[in-house]
Design a protein around this ligand. Structure first.
Ligand code: SAM
Ligand code: SF4
Length: 361
């Protein structure tokens, strides 16, 4: 164990696993120093500007069965929906009018040719509607090289695929053990997105059953080693209609999962100074001020929900998901206030590409 002071530790440019553990376990004054250093790093390297990504939860149909997720294939409860083309384009027009300049299209994982072509068609149309001014991120699960290339050619710039955990052992406890849920397979798709020239996003869940603090330190090292451009990390939140719910009594209290997530964001900001880090919706599910706190801890991206209100209750990945009763306008207004409360300004009309991606090239 190194005997340097906590202040000295924060000045280092490269943390060992042991040092990351010390940061994750910090309490009291040390914890405050960690957040102060992260805020200072954010200001210096990415500025106090927050970028909006309009989130379109396109469909809750999914071919997979992840043990944590409320829209997994075998959950009979959510009414399955796919947004119509016009609903998607209305959401895009709203985002364009409000000068969001970036969109995230997310859905359950579907690999049929019909679905692939449908996404391609939508991407082309979105480019037309927005005069090619909209940065598009896809978060549509594991797809083949051909598909990823097709979507890139049609206008997608960024791809978000959370690795969920960097531990293959833990991964196998969170998913069925079959070809469809294979850790190496998921990692390979992440590598593919990099090879194809996407800005690459990943992330993990924090506070999962069976997860240790060492796992979380390894997650941060994984994101650094992968040289990731964008990160979305959030607390795991249980859902009663999922297999992992049986372990609910073994979980850390939600407040501790929340605090660990804030620390993960702060440490990552110090480790990877110029990446984009999202302040995720799951933070707000636990703490009403959760997203502001994440911005203060180093996050610089926020995702106002553009999904039509009638679908939102069916995109329940976890319980108590916030903003399910709001329309896009209310969502935007509430987020604008939140961003200002956190001391940041919104980068309207700016793509807000990952500076890390540009610097790496
Ligand atoms: N289907 C795509 C995929 O899995 O990559 C994209 C959509 S999926 C719903 C997006 C993310 O939701 C997952 O990567 C996972 O981290 C998160 N998620 C799912 N269930 C969750 C839960 N119970 N608590 C917190 N996050 C959850
Ligand atoms: Fe499907 Fe993604 Fe949920 Fe897994 S996390 S069940 S792939 S929507």
């Amino acid at each position: 164990m190194s005997n340097i002071s906590f202040k000295e530790l924060l000045q280092k440019i490269f943390f060992s696993k042991e040092e990351i553990l010390r940061l994750l376990e910090s309490q009291g004054d040390d914890r405050q120093l960690l957040f102060a250093k992260a805020a200072e790093t954010k200001k210096e390297f990415v500025g106090n500007i927050v970028y909006f990504r309009g989130l379109i939860e396109y469909s809750n149909r999914c071919s997979k069965n992840c043990y944590y997720c409320g829209i997994r294939r075998e959950n009979p409860f959510p009414h399955r929906y796919t947004m119509t083309d016009n609903e998607v384009y209305d959401a895009v027009k709203y985002a364009y009018k409000e000068r969001y300049s970036s969109l995230v299209i997310q859905s359950g994982e579907i690999n049929s040719q019909k679905y692939i072509n449908q996404i391609t068609k939508m991407l082309k149309e979105i480019r037309e509607i927005t005069n090619k001014e909209m940065g598009i991120t896809l978060s549509l699960g594991e797809q083949s090289e051909e598909t990823l290339q097709q979507w890139k050619d049609a206008g997608a710039r960024r791809y978000l695929l959370r690795i969920e955990t960097s531990s293959p052992e833990l991964y196998s406890k969170l998913h069925p053990n079959d070809k469809l849920h294979d850790y190496e397979g998921r990692l390979n798709v992440l590598r593919l997105t990099r090879q194809l020239g996407y800005q690459v996003g990943s992330g993990v869940m924090i506070g999962l059953p069976f997860q240790t603090i060492e796992n979380l330190a390894d997650d941060l090292i994984f994101l650094r080693d992968f040289d990731i451009d964008m990160v979305g990390m959030g607390p795991y939140i249980e859902h009663s209609e999922t297999p992992l719910f049986q372990y609910r009594d073994s979980l850390l209290p939600q407040t501790e999962r929340f605090d660990l997530t804030l620390k993960m964001i702060a440490i990552l900001r110090i480790m990877m100074k110029d990446i984009n880090i999202a302040s995720t919706t799951a933070m707000q599910a636990i703490d009403k001020m959760g997203r502001e706190k994440a911005l203060k801890a180093g996050a610089n991206v926020i995702m106002p929900n553009l999904t039509p209100q009638k679908y939102r209750k069916n995109y329940m990945l976890y319980e108590d998901k916030p903003c399910i009763d709001e329309e896009a306008d209310q969502c935007k207004n509430c987020l604008s206030i939140r961003v200002r409360l956190a001391g940041d300004t919104i980068g309207f009309g700016e793509w807000g590409d990952s500076k890390h991606f540009a610097n790496r090239k």
